[in-house]
Design a protein around this ligand. Structure first.
Ligand SMILES: *Cc1c(COP(=O)(O)O)cnc(C)c1O
Length: 372
């Protein structure tokens, strides 16, 4: 037990590199998740999840789901829009487009505000739409479009949503527990997160943090999904010591408990500094190697770097990927329509020294391919 596990440096946008202590935290005696010993862990991690975004447990709650991050998009959209109202989706990337697809799947009336994917959402446009469409009851945005690395001005969008009496739902799956977020100060009503991203735990547990008052008011909305309906999940946890309605991802919960302990040890500010230092190092080195970066630096999250393929017939992403992968570094394809890109990310338990090692390997393969 507790042998050292081969350490891979994951530069893909989550799951990220984890500590061995988080990996081993999953190895526990078999337990029925309905036992008090287990539900006490669920209650305690739920409170910690609120603390990360400075949310007051009087007003906010965490609703936990077994699933990947997309389950949160499903839960919010299928549960929170009143039957006779619409949701405004600020669509400027692959993940907010996913929200539009979810609206279509559940037949939730929506307004698809499609905006350019290489610049932060246009506030004047959002204000205009909200002032002209009084049937909008919820505004939806993606904090950080992981496909490009673009960051959206959520605080400002939230202020507009509230000015027009809408709730504000934000996909913070790729910023939570990395970029500091403050629930009230950032004008947020509902946010989303997934254990394997900012928390640096294992996959399988995702959660929504939202206003209790709004969840309670959603009690009479039509039930569009039996499995992810938020009021049903919330009410069950409330009446059953924080349990999930259906089987939780038991081992992942243990990994999250340990990951939260390590989160508080590192601290919000220090952790964010580490992620941004890794990103800055990636940014500077890719510039120096002559790569084109399609998103303006000031628009970026500092968590994902999109890099355009070099205009060189010798470039072969798969060859570069395989060479790096065999040496313990995972790089990832891009997601910008009409442009050939790849991505390098600053998630997980990695630091600038790992990037230096990665760059030695990356430069080697560029030389092998006669690109530099
Ligand atoms: C990772 C991610 C998700 C969820 O993706 P899954 O594959 O379901 O885990 C949703 N939104 C954003 C912005 C993400 O980065």
């Amino acid at each position: 037990m507790n042998d050292k596990i081969k350490r891979n440096v994951l530069l893909n946008p989550g799951p990220g590199t984890t500590t061995d202590s988080v990996k081993y935290a999953q190895v526990v005696p078999d337990i029925c998740p309905r036992e008090n010993e287990f539900t006490a862990i669920m209650e305690s991690i739920s409170l910690d999840m609120l603390k990360i975004i400075h949310a007051d447990p009087e007003d906010f709650t965490s609703v936990l789901y077994c699933g990947s991050g997309t389950v949160c998009i499903d839960a919010c959209i299928s549960s929170l829009v009143p039957d006779d109202k619409r949701i405004l989706v600020i669509n400027n990337g692959a993940y907010s487009k996913r929200a539009v697809d979810v609206c279509k799947s559940y037949n939730v009336p929506y307004f698809d505000l499609a905006l350019p994917i290489d610049e932060p959402a246009d506030l004047a446009m959002i204000e205009k739409i909200l002032s002209e469409n009084t049937d909008i009851a919820a505004v939806y945005a993606c904090h950080h479009e992981t496909g490009t690395g673009l960051l959206n001005p959520i605080k400002e969008i939230g202020a507009l949503a509230h000015k027009f009496n809408s709730i504000f739902i934000v996909d913070t799956i790729s910023t939570y527990a990395m970029l500091p977020i403050h629930m009230e100060n950032d004008n947020l009503d509902f946010i989303m997160a997934s254990a394997q991203k900012g928390l640096m735990a294992m996959t399988g547990l995702s959660f929504v943090i939202g206003r209790k008052k709004t969840i309670e008011a959603s009690k009479d909305h039509q039930v569009r999904s039996y499995y992810v309906n938020m009021y049903m999940q919330y009410k069950y946890a409330l009446e059953n010591s924080g349990q999930m309605r259906f089987t939780p991802p038991v081992q992942t919960v243990y990994s999250v408990k340990q990951a939260l302990k390590e989160y508080w040890q590192e601290g919000e500010e220090k952790k964010w500094k580490r992620h941004t230092a890794v990103w800055e190092s990636l940014y500077d080195n890719m510039k120096e190697l002559g790569f084109d970066l399609p998103i303006k630096k000031e628009y970026q999250s500092q968590l994902v770097l999109s890099i355009t393929y070099p205009d060189d017939p010798n470039w072969d992403f798969n060859k570069v990927h395989d060479y790096c992968y065999e040496r313990g570094f995972t790089i990832y394809p891009g997601k910008i329509p009409g442009l050939n890109t790849f991505r390098l990310c600053s998630y997980g338990v990695i630091d600038v020294k790992d990037i230096e090692k990665f760059l030695n390997v990356f430069r080697e393969i560029l030389k092998v391919l006669s690109i530099i």
